[in-house]
Design a protein. Sequence first.
Length: 403
Amino acid sequence: MPVPAPVPAPAPAPAFAARTASVQGSPVREILALTERPGVISFAGGLPAPELFDAEGLRAAYDTAFAVSARRALQYSTTEGVPELREAVAARITTRGLATGPDDVLVTSGSQQALTLLTTALVEPGDAVLVENPTYLAALQCFGLAGARVVPVPCDAQGIVPEALAEIVVRERPKLLYTVPTFQNPTGRTLPAARRAAVAEIAGRLGLWLVEDDPYGDLRYEGSDVPWLASHPGAGDRTALLGSFSKVMAPGLRLGWLRAPAGLRRAAVVAKQAADLHTSTVDQLAAAHYLAAVDLDAHLATVRSAYRERRDALLSGLGEALPAGSEWNRPEGGMFVWARLPQEHDAARLLKSALAHDVAFVPGAPFYTGPADPRALRLSFTTHTPQEIAEGLLRLRRATRRG
């Protein structure tokens, strides 16, 4: 009987793309996983308060979407988005001072997808991309996966320093500047109007795309609105404005939008066709019905009132909770307070002690490009009630005294 020939060992599968090894997972998401155990009070995640979701209103909107036309709600749709939602988004943008028509808007699966589509359309491997320092962590991941060379722009307590931006644009010849100018993640700061005008002027004079991410602009608790970068002279033909329904309706909808000049918007449409064809039809129609039936601004007034109280609860207790000599800002809106521990302190080390006391925050280091500030930390105040915030600060105080 013949002896069967040995079966050769299978060849290894080809390697992953190099970019997957060079871009790390999100430390914020990993911290959130650690804080899911019962009893933890977390200032780590930028999560809207679930008890403030208009669940009944949204359920009625979904019922209406099916009642009006279940066949349409369950069918494929256009890549650009359903007309009703594009019209509603355009109307809200126009009301805030930036004239916009439905054809100027692309509906996306969250504003994070809008950023990914713009990056696909604009960024080649090796291109320079400018970011605030520190900046939104998922933006750093997005640019890293595209192979961009991420260059930090110096910032102070008010945000981007225009003079430094101009010098870096001349030196680096970047494709774009990514900015969250209103209630920035992670710092909560807002770029003043005069600096916005200067950034717009630099972009027009030196040739630069602006990507203006505005997920928090509706969450203002005091002060006056500041015009979008896109509304300034010289910026209209080179600014992509990103928005989201995650903070004003519910993040589980995964609905966002992109307003951009025609050529860039068309390139983003092609990129979206390759990514997911279109955003969920039923979710878009439900959102459109919701905006038609509900006074969103009245709902937002309720949300802002609750968040203002929670921000104030956090700010009033930080002096006792953090080590003596710590510093922090007072954001006029948004979801985050940015703090800095005294010399010889380390936020990552403090987090270990905090978790042992069932309280959490996010160390600031991962938000930086290049050398990081190990003493910085981000605290979100939206998820918990003032009473829960007070208890969380008490636990944080015990952790800092122990550390």
